[in-house]
Design a protein around this ligand. Sequence first.
Ligand code: ATP
Ligand code: MG
Length: 566
Amino acid sequence: MSHTDDAPNDLPPNFIRDRIIEDRQAGKNGGRVVTRFPPEPNGYLHVGHAKSLCLNFGSAAEFAGRCHLRFDDTNPATEELEYVEAIKADVRWLGFDWGEHLFFASDYFEQLYGYAVALIKAGKAYVCSLSADEIKEYRGDFHHKGKESPYRGRSVEENLDLFARMRAGEFADGEHVLRAKIDMAAGNINMRDPPIYRIKHAHHHRTGDKWCIYPMYDYAHCVSDAIEGITHSLCTLEFEDHRPLYDWLLERLADGGFFSRPLPQQIEFARLNLSYTVTSKRKLQQLVQLGLVDGWDDPRMPTLVGLRRRGYTPESIQLFCERTGVSKANSWIDMSVLEQALRDDLEGKAPRAIAVLDPLKLVITNWPADRTEPCEAPVHPQRPELGVRRFPFGRELWIEREDFAEQPPKGFFRLFPGNRVRLRYGYVVECTGFEKDAQGRIVAVRAEALEDSKSGTPGANAYKVKGNLHWVAAQSAVAAEVRLYDRLFDQPHPDASGRDYREALNDGSRRVIRAMLEPSLAGAPPEARYQFERHGYFVADRVDSRPGAPVFNRAVTLKDSWGGGR
Ligand code: ATP
Ligand code: MG
């Protein structure tokens, strides 16, 4: 996006953009914009992270700044290397490039330790030996002031000694913590001497067993931002109450001459809540572990790998994030907004193709078995430069079962005995009969073709018919597995007010069928996306599809049909 330092008025509200513009106009940071995306490597990224990615990388790009990818790997228990690689792949796929700015908070452990020592020396931190429960009790709550720890008055020397011995591994988990010395009477509970280091004898995926003390999030995050020269540290609203602590810690370290002002500025925005899904790594992990989905990349998952496999394009997700704006108030965005962004992105790009999803045989009785007639259709109706697809017309065709009625309901313009329809890009045919099996199920329909009605030939338009059906010739059709995906949950807020979201799972979220496709789809490369005429947008599954044996996933229907007429 090109940029002018005037608030653009044709874009959805984005107060962060406005804020950056203000800072630049005031000359803050010399006009520089440096942001970061700080995932904890404890799961795969989801659509909520996409929002944060678009915001961080997008803001940096818009103002010719840079965005860092920083793994917030300060918690040794939950991180895995698998997730680091997966997250990098996801960020790249979404279209963002951190260049050489790849960081790990764990790379700062030594510096973080050094700054903690400096805080102790400045009388701004102390080692507290209360138990976790006691610390909680002493902290008070919204209505009650906190109580000072009996260890708050420890001398600098004693604190330095204890902290060094914490690091050296002399104590068990939980025996001591290092706390910032702020104000136990503060209205904001986060300011009541928060722990900034804890003892945890645990193996870390990058630092191994080097450390047995680990910095707390609130301490590690702001300091990492300052080390990297982040100017705008964007985070979700739950951290609003932590901002005074963020500022306090950096101010104290700036007082000590470790960082220069202006310091990084934390700015909170509303997290993305998407209806009909859950966006919490923990819950998504549970879905995977309980086998309720087929993995992190199940096409029904709101993970980026899931959305990708479902057929979402990076552009559609970016479009979605831009359209939903950035606000200060939590709200729900409807799933249909995401789905519409995909339609809008694919409408102009996706080649058209024909797929008969519920095939019923149509026999053209006046057509010789050995005769085929080439037909053609545009690859894209609005983009003639993409050329045409070719497929044959023949005696035996597949049509959709729902396109035939033995007894047509009122207003039914498709095939029924005595009626004429156009077989799209082919001929006008007149239905002459049908066959049933012993169970009374229709197994074939008979019709006669009108020889001079072929689409694109002179006089073909003289036939006025109301029905226009898609079809594929049986002889050249490609049989394929098609997975009809739908929303994973059938309730708009599956995990609202503490309910068990597993009870909101949509039983019909996946239906696997055998479909008949036009011949050109036989060689569809993995991840090729098409509009199957009348049915929606489909993608060749990137895991299971093979040339010659394609497998397609339904990404989205052509129209929003949730809740009605399905
Ligand atoms: P989860 O609760 O799913 O584990 P998280 O916030 O703990 O999410 P992190 O890996 O810590 O996950 O998040 C990385 C970044 O993505 C953070 O800056 C976080 O604020 C942001 N983020 C996570 N979820 C959302 C969301 N739903 N909307 C917007 N930003 C989000
Ligand atoms: Mg987190």
